[in-house]
Design a binder for this molecule. Sequence first.
Ligand code: 4AD
Length: 466
Amino acid sequence: MSQVAIKDALSGRIEAGTTVTIKGWVRTRRDSKAGLSFVNVSDGSCFDPIQVVAPAELANYDSEVRHLTSGCSVSATGTLVPSQGKGQAFELQAAAIEVLGWVDDPETYPIQPKPHSMEFLREVAHLRVRTNTFGAVTRIRHCIAQAIHRFFSERGFYWVNTPIITTSDAEGAGQMFRVSTLDLANLPRDEKGRIDFREDFFGREAFLTVSGQLNVEAYCLAMSKVYTFGPTFRAENSNTTRHLAEFWMVEPEIAFADLDDDANLAEAFLKYIFKAVLDERGDDMAFFADKIEKTAIRRLESFIASPFERIDYTDAVDILAKAPRKFDFPVAWGADLQTEHERYLTEEHVGRPVVVTNYPEHIKSFYMRLNEDGRTVAAMDVLAPGIGEIIGGSQREERLDVLDARMKQFGLDASHYEWYRDLRRYGTVPHAGFGLGFERLVVYICGLGNIRDAIPYPRAPGSAEF
Ligand code: 4AD
């Protein structure tokens, strides 16, 4: 047999005694007094490295094998044998080890075989994936992304690629990064300080998208069930452990559907993803439960087993007002719920995931459907124990006159949303959708303390290296 992934070499599916080649990067090397060395090699295919046993008889044993350090790349060929050590079924008895790449200065190689702080690892984002933690995060991210596509595809949703560059502010919150080829500093401005963007690349002011929702709504109103899943950008100056300037978002949109259908979809979706992670990435989840967040596995299992509770925003405010404890932020009808309120509701009040519905209209986005009471919109936030809000969604305003009034109320220029208004003019139907921040989900699943560790190359205020 020729080259195999380390996950296959360790799986027990290859018969003991088979000759294989593995290729990867050295994690550790230990020399025994008996005149042989144990070299742990990882190739990223699974959590565990493989132990390569290198006997002194190897032609390059003294000249090379005994000089291997963390980070060197090697190719090792030998026989798979049952391991004597505990915790691993197989090891490789090497007949040949070829060094593919040396580490030129082992003393200064940043990823030493010892614990490193997450802060330090953020400074070497291009190398941190060589650690246990970031290898595991990378595999879990992949697993979640695949499960997302599978979930929607199995239910008849089409994946729609919405644009990254856009001219409309999907959230109406003015947190967009401008895309321009003009030398903005030296351009003439009118008496109100405005620049004429007609000379710009797109013939008007353009930005990086904050959400694919408006575009995916258009596709929903022809394809019935769709979702967009891609990068989104927010220029909010939030230097927190929960905010990124560039993050991925999953946004499904369903036609002929109301807020109830939306909440049902969100519940089925989250449970499907969590189950996929537990089924497929037991090795990485066991590591997170051991080293990062001891409830990591238990809380996903209990999430899967719990029916979501639905609470109307107005009732939630009552519950919070009567709570037997003080909050840092006062609770009052009309104010948005803070993380401490959300966590109280989900962790202490009900003890399982909660969907809060029907928020005051003035604290939510212009596209959310105005309820009959005229004071609330058909919006929902899904709250999860241990984190608070994880999904935000709504039924969309499908009535053109109400949408126009809402855009006016929010100070939005209807001329920027003509195509979006068309959707209400040509065969409008009730429809609903939600958005899930992909990295917030990764943080929750892995039990990470900071969202900057949930994406390979985090972008945040003052931080765009690598
Ligand atoms: O609540 P948001 O702003 O909703 C929307 O963008 C809607 N268009 C979604 C929809 O209905 N289709 O953002 C959705 C989710 C939030 O729940 C949060 O998880 C995540 O996106 N999110 C962020 N994640 C990381 N960094 C940030 N700066 C984020 N801002 C929002």
